[in-house]
Every structure is written in C-alpha cells, then in structure tokens.
Design a protein around this ligand. Sequence first.
Ligand code: ADE
Ligand code: ZN
Length: 348
Amino acid sequence: MLDPMLKAFIERIPKTELHCHLEGAIQPATLLNLAARNGIELPFSDEAGARKFYEFTSLNQFLEIFALACSTLKTAADFETITLDLGADASRQGISYREVFFTYAYHQRRGISWDEVVKGIAAGREKARQMYGVEMWFIADIDRTIDPQDGVQTVEMAYASRDVAGIIGVGLDSQEIDYPARRQKPAYDRAKELGLHRVAHAGEDVGPESVWDALESLEVERIDHGVRSIDDPKLVKLLVERQIPLTVCPLSNIELKVYPNLAAHPVKRLRDAGVLVTLNSDDPPMFHCDVLDNYFAVTDTFGLSLEEVEDFVRNSFRATFQAQSEKDSYLKRFDETAAELKAELWGM
Ligand code: ADE
Ligand code: ZN
C-alpha cells in the first residue's frame, strides 16, 4: 500500500504534465452536456455508462472512441468549455503548468474550421490562467494517417495561431501501425524552419523502429510514450546520451494492452537506465485515471523512494518547452515547496 505521507507529498507538490489530449480529457458529465447541446447521440446516457463504455482492446479501437468524443465538439464555446475544464482539473491535481495536444484532423473531417477551434482554446486558456493560475500551452498534433500535404497545412495554421492560442509546437498521434512517422517529414521540416517545437507519439503500438523513425526522420525533441524503446539497448543509450525526454503514460499503456500490468511496464527500468522519463495521463477519463493516479500507481508498484518521486516531478519541469529562466523559476518553487512538505510530513 502507498505510504500516506508519500501520497500527500505527491498530491501537494507542484507538478507539470506534458502528455494530455484536450479531446481525450473531456469528463463524462461535460461530454453528456456537449452531446445534448449539439444534438449528438452517444452510446451511453450517464456518467457511469461512459466509464463502462471506455474499455479497449487496442489503440485503434480506442481511437474510434476518441473520434466519438470529438464528435460532440462544434463551436468555439465547446472548445472553450473543455479547455477551461482542463485548467480546473490541473488546479485540482496541483499541476501548475501543462502542455496539451489537440488534433485538428478529427475536427476538419467534420467541417469545423481551424479558427473555431483555436478561438475556443484561446478563450479557455486565458480564463484558466485567470481563474486557476494554471499555465497551459498547446501542441498541434498531426494525425499520422492524414495526407502529408494536410500535415504541412496544419503546421502553417499552428504557426499563424501561435500567439493567439499559445501553440508552441507540433506533434504526431493516432494510428501508429502502417503509418510511419517519416510520411509526415514535410510537415516537420516546415515546423523546424518556423521554429516550432517538435514531438511525436512513437513506440506505443509499434516497437523501437518507430522511435528511431521519429528521431531520425522528424528530428523530434521529445518522444510521447516511447516505452518500447526498452527493447533496443542502442536506442536506450541514445536517449540517455541526448537526454531526449519520454512523456510516459503508464496507466494508458495498461488500458491499451501495451503491457499486461504495471509490474511488467518498463517505466522504472528506463528511468534507472538514465532516460529522462516523465509521468503523464494521456486521455484521463478514458483511461480511468489522472496524473495523480499515475504517480500513485508507479510509486506503489515499484516502491519508489521520496527521492525517486521528486526526480520524476523534476524531470517534467526540465522537459517542458519553456525558456530556461522560466524552468528555473518553476524548479525553484518546486524545491521550496518540497522542503516545506518534507519538514511538515517527515520532520526533515
Ligand atoms: N490520441 C489520443 N491518445 C493517443 C495515444 N495514446 N496514442 C496515439 N494517439 C492518441
Ligand atoms: Zn497520447
């Protein structure tokens, strides 16, 4: 059982999250409201039904349900609602800084304009900052399956909206099997030219070759998931040498059957090998967990020490796309709060 002091420490220490999808984070109550507001029929009618409905056997099956959640979003007001909700949720968990993905392809397919999406994100982001003091920045994810020309267009739109909606980079998500990262190289080359940050989901549904592909073809700065890198010692060595962060979502990987259980998950082995591993939630309600749950489960399963927990939190602050001076001030606040909590909880 998780030590109650360690649990309190995890709850109260300032944290950051770097791997969370805006559309995958819609809470069931909000989803039901949005569906009613927009006349969308859902295969469940209450929150308990939603929770039961979120059962997956594969990433591709999950992505169908992710698309269903997206179908409830139509107007800028809808995007504002879910962005503000994410700010409230961050505040509840002690997350002071969050980098959040959104995937325009899922909205473009339904005829929603880019401007409608970013208008809502911009409004929700500003309200979240005012109401909760939570800082959120956005990463425009390219759906791996889209036409590479549309990938380039996503980058152009992201760049044009960078100031209005706080878009700091581009990412890659959705179906990994059959859609290698290199397909979207034109988009990433353009993102590099424009000075946008670059990340990619890889090494979740496909093995280490997919992580190599993202690193070599797209020159990404972080890998989202990346857990299957563990199967290639040469790749692990490279991740360590270059300190390329992995935004790991352990409970998501269990729900999507990447690993049968947490004890078999490589999160601790990667960390012990020297990889810069961060802990994140991915699509919280869909995977029946939040960031705190991921920390609790990893701490409990692997018997993490206080120092190891601190290390994971510190890694997340180190891996953000903030300027070094901003990182330093978040880390300073982290160190001060950690010292206060250690004195209060353990008399240290
Ligand atoms: N979109 C939302 N969550 C995802 C995941 N875990 N992998 C790939 N695409 C996603
Ligand atoms: Zn993800």
